[in-house]
Design a protein around this ligand. Structure first.
Ligand code: DGJ
Length: 744
């Protein structure tokens, strides 16, 4: 199913529906022939029920486990069926009418200055194609010609429902969209435990759990680009509990697919009901919708689990693998990235030396990071110059990129290269030639961040340029297999010399980004592309429709990575996480961690190395080669298997354990880490999960001569491993182990 994008089109998308709610008097009587309508949106195990009463008020009356006879909802929801408005929250709450005090999904200002919109059900249709059922529900305002289509795509096997709204101005005059959320979801429980993700550079996806009180909790970003730096547009809600649980209880997870400003509002109202409104952040983004135009909001992705957060994550991971992530399900190569090993200081021989080592270690790709472009006074020899001037630095690399790419291919490696096409250093030819392409507020200081400015992607000329950067880089050699696309700053002093309406900038920046990516994917469907943004500042499902993976964090310290990778895995599949072994003392945290611990942490994602490999001692190389070789044995489980988090690094135990299990439950890999000193408490009992209780599995510890668990090498039933568990010795900080399981 193609993912929705924002479009402004002249099509009147709601014409397919009957028009009985249109242009009625202000105080209508119930329409006698009208009936209560129950609309089930179903997956294999879950169900979202929409309910329109006789007056056409649409409510979401259930999101949870599947109920066989949905007609029962007709009677159950009687208390809303006798009134036009009822008191319960509406599915897509608007500003206007009796909807006061509720966080709205839609706020429209009409040409006559009126701010009131009242939406009523006007028809629906459902279509099914293989695994996906699409439900479209049409709502109309009582007196204006505003039409809303709520679209729900239900992915049966994944238990995921993706929804968005389409807002059409069917009138003759332009209207202003002041707020235009993708979705609102209403829930009824006694307690709501919100799990959300905040952070900053080098500490992305920090997990926070908080019990929602009677108020509105808002999670948002207004920074425009690098939008997930401080908050991620995703959450989990655990119902009727104060404790986050991997395996128990009802959990709803949600994630917005949008690479710009977002807003998630969680309103617990006076009844105790929860109204979750998610979408583009309306901050400085009032959208003029001309007569006949439609606005399509980004996708909001939901899943429901009655088996705790673990199943909710697995549902999202499966959906990502099958639908949401470009190239999902394919196995991406292991790699050596030049950044922390060479930074800007390299020549061709530095790189070919790294390639030799990468090949000898059994890696599959070499990635040349920042520093290969810009010439003369704008040579990119540090981060003060060169961004925007995407010509080969002929002084540094006189042999050219083609030579290096060929060298890699001859050694059996793929080749990748870094670009940051949305950016420009003031010290560059591009900044001199196209000052108007820079996002800026005329007359004000144009703030720099990392000595760079950001280009105005709302401008089609800039879109052409950014596409051209990618395209021309790909022409440097026909051996380029992978592009690392970086984005190292947010938007300050927002303003566009191109746009007439400045309110459009935050939105059209993202639309411009997607337009470029669509062109790239049309021309380069097989190129692997990593989305990097100072590490993980652009980790969300909007960009993942085009990118194969992310650079999870610039923090490559294994101890920090435990929490970053754990947090990311709650919403995003681990196979997208670039996870690199780097040198010690770590360049970000200065921590010195054992090489084995660094490998065991990186091997739980897409393994890479980011250091100068010639610095390894001979003894270290034995371990390095061994860990890379053994990764081959189980990495399909990371890309295609199911993740079970066994012990959380946020618990007091100072331990972390996780495992991946193949879909047929015949193979698994377990990772266990000690994150602190355990005061003589030698063993760490880990109960496994996701196995077939009746089958016997041979358990073998990898990458060691002598296992830390006496039981390694023998076979055990799945029920023993799950209900009793394994007992490795993990007493000291940074003790770690990887166990491989194969059914007999
Ligand atoms: C920031 C990225 O996150 C790093 O991995 C590296 O690519 C640098 N940019 C290069 O400037």
């Amino acid at each position: 199913m193609k993912r929705s994008l924002i479009l402004a089109s002249l099509a009147l998308l709601c014409c397919i529906f009957p028009t009985e709610a249109k242009k009625k008097a202000t105080e209508p009587a119930p329409v006698p022939e009208k009936k209560i309508v129950v609309i089930p949106v179903e997956t294999e195990n879950t169900q979202l029920i929409l309910h329109a009463n006789v007056y056409g008020s649409l409510r979401t009356v259930h999101y949870g486990q599947k109920i066989t006879d949905v007609e029962q909802f007709t009677n159950f929801y009687l208390h809303t069926s006798g009134k036009r408005y009822g008191s319960a929250l509406l599915t897509y709450p608007t500003v206007g009418g009796v909807n006061v005090g509720t966080t709205e999904a839609l706020h429209v200002k009409y040409a006559n200055g009126d701010h009131n919109t009242e939406l009523f059900y006007a028809g629906h249709k459902q279509t099914q194609k293989a695994n996906v059922t699409v439900t479209e529900v049409c709502l109309r305002d009582t007196i204006t010609d505003l039409q809303i289509k709520l679209v729900y795509e239900a992915y049966a096997k994944e238990d995921v429902i993706v929804c968005h709204s389409e807002i059409t101005n069917g009138g003759k005059k332009a209207v202003e969209l002041i707020n235009y959320a993708s979705s609102a979801l209403q829930l009824k429980a006694n307690k709501y435990l919100l799990t959300h993700f905040h952070g900053s550079w080098a500490e992305e996806m920090t997990v926070e759990n908080e019990l929602l009180g009677r108020d509105v909790k808002v999670i948002e970003t207004r920074i425009g680009a690098s939008a997930t730096k401080y908050n991620n547009p995703a959450f989990m809600i655990s119902l009727d509990t104060e404790e986050f649980s991997e395996n128990k209880g009802e959990v709803i997870a949600g994630a917005l697919a949008w690479s710009g400003n977002f807003k998630l509002a969680f309103e617990k109202d006076y009844r105790g009901d929860l109204n979750i409104v998610s979408g583009i952040n309306p901050h400085a983004s009032t959208y003029q919708l001309k007569a006949g135009e439609s606005f399509v909001t980004p996708d909001m992705i939901y899943t429901f689990s009655c088996k705790g957060a673990g199943q909710a994550s697995r549902n999202l991971h499966s959906w990502g693998r099958n639908y949401g992530i470009y190239g999902g399900g394919k196995i991406n190569p292991t790699l050596l990235n030049s950044w922390e090993g060479a930074y800007f200081n390299f020549t061709t021989s530095t790189l070919t030396g790294m390639i030799d080592n990468a090949a000898a270690m059994g890696l599959e790709m070499f990635v040349l990071d920042d520093g290969w472009f810009g010439n003369g006074k704008y040579a990119r020899n540090d981060d003060h110059a060169g961004l925007g001037d995407w010509e080969l630095n002929t002084e540094k690399l006189p042999e050219g990129i083609d030579y290096i790419a060929n060298y890699a291919h001859e050694k059996g490696l793929k080749f990748g290269i870094w670009i940051e096409p949305e950016m420009v250093n003031p010290n560059s030819n591009l900044a001199n030639q196209h000052p108007d392409w820079v996002i800026q507020s005329p007359g004000r200081e144009n703030y720099q961040s990392r000595q760079q400015w950001i280009l105005d992607l709302s401008n089609p000329a800039v879109q052409d340029f950014v596409f051209g950067v990618f395209d021309r880089t790909m022409q440097l050699s026909d051996k380029i297999d992978y592009i690392k696309w970086d984005c190292n700053r947010m938007i300050h002093s927002f303003g566009s010399t191109y746009l007439k309406d400045q309110d459009r900038l935050y939105i059209e920046y993202v639309q411009g980004f997607y337009k470029v990516l669509q062109r790239i994917r049309a021309k380069y469907p097989d190129t692997l592309i990593q989305c990097c943004s100072s590490g993980g500042s652009r980790v969300e499902y909007g960009q993942l429709a085009y990118f194969n993976e992310v650079w999870t964090s610039d923090n490559s310290d294994a101890l920090s990575r435990v929490k970053i990778q754990y947090g990311t895995s709650l919403i995003y599949p681990p196979f997208i996480m670039g996870a690199h072994v780097s040198a010690v003392p770590n360049h970000q945290t200065k921590l010195v961690t054992p090489l084995k611990f660094r490998f065991d942490v990186a091997c739980a994602g897409r393994l890479g190395l980011e250091l100068q490999p010639k610095d390894f001692t001979e003894k270290e190389r034995v371990l390095v080669d061994r860990c890379i070789a053994s990764y081959e044995k189980y990495r399909d489980l990371i890309f295609q298997g199911d993740l079970y988090r066994l012990v959380s690094p946020y618990e007091d135990s100072e331990r972390y354990a996780l495992m991946y299990v193949s879909a047929d439950k015949s193979r698994a890999v377990v990772f266990a880490y000690s994150l602190g000193y355990h005061h003589g408490e030698k063993t760490f009992k880990i109960r496994l999960d996701g196995l077939d209780g009746a089958r016997k599995y041979k358990v073998e510890e990898l990458n060691v001569d002598k296992s830390c668990w006496k039981g390694s090498g023998a076979s055990y039933t799945g029920d023993f491993l799950m209900y009793s568990g394994i007992l490795p010795v993990q007493e000291y900080t940074y003790d770690s182990a990887v166990f491989y399981l194969e059914a007999e």
